[in-house]
Design a protein around this ligand. Structure first.
Ligand code: SF4
Ligand code: SF4
Length: 168
């Protein structure tokens, strides 16, 4: 299992083509999802997200209306105040606003800790969306090729998935 973030980036980028082929391979075959879920669960339990926090450092975090309401309540703000102070538009013109960022990552990241952990957005709760998330497992695999370049859970899970189905 690789957890060093420099290595994850190097290997994830090197394997982007292979992972893209693997994603298409999964789409063509109807493998039972449960086997992948077990691998990803095992990987999640073996990797310490608090020692990593790389997704909070590199990925954009979109916030839904429900997130805004919960976070505003948590911080003692109105939803409009929360949106003004803590969100911005995504460079990718997604519909949802995203959390503001600093050079070090998400505005709520302090060291490797989330300062709003109990009220964090749903997408943070479900990240990296291998086991949980919107849509089917197959549809979520679209984002895994990129996530394998910065998330140890995703990189290592994809490697095990490939072994599981004997992907060459
Ligand atoms: S809200 Fe918390 S968990 Fe979500 S990206 Fe920001 S620091 Fe990370
Ligand atoms: S979800 Fe992935 S990138 Fe985020 S903290 Fe956990 S291992 Fe690191």
């Amino acid at each position: 299992m690789v957890t060093d973030l420099i290595q994850i980036r190097r290997l994830g980028e090197k394997k982007q083509g292979e992972n893209e082929r693997f994603r298409r391979h999964l789409k063509r075959h109807n493998f039972p999802e449960l086997r992948f879920r077990r691998v990803a669960e095992e990987m999640e339990s073996n990797i310490d997200c608090r020692a990593c926090a790389n997704c909070c450092k590199v990925a954009e975090t979109d916030v839904t209306k429900r997130d805004v309401a919960r976070l505003a309540r948590y911080l003692g703000l109105t939803p409009d105040q929360f949106v003004d102070q803590y969100t911005t538009s995504s460079a990718f013109e997604q519909k949802e606003p995203i959390l503001r960022r600093r050079d070090t990552g998400c505005i709520f990241l302090e060291g490797n800790d989330c300062s709003i952990y109990e009220a964090r957005p749903d997408t943070c709760r479900d990240f990296p969306h291998l086991i949980r998330g919107a849509g089917s497992f197959e549809s979520r695999m679209w984002q895994m090729v990129d996530r394998a370049t910065y998330c140890p859970i995703v990189y290592n899970s994809l490697e095990e998935f490939k072994e599981l189905v004997k992907f060459k």
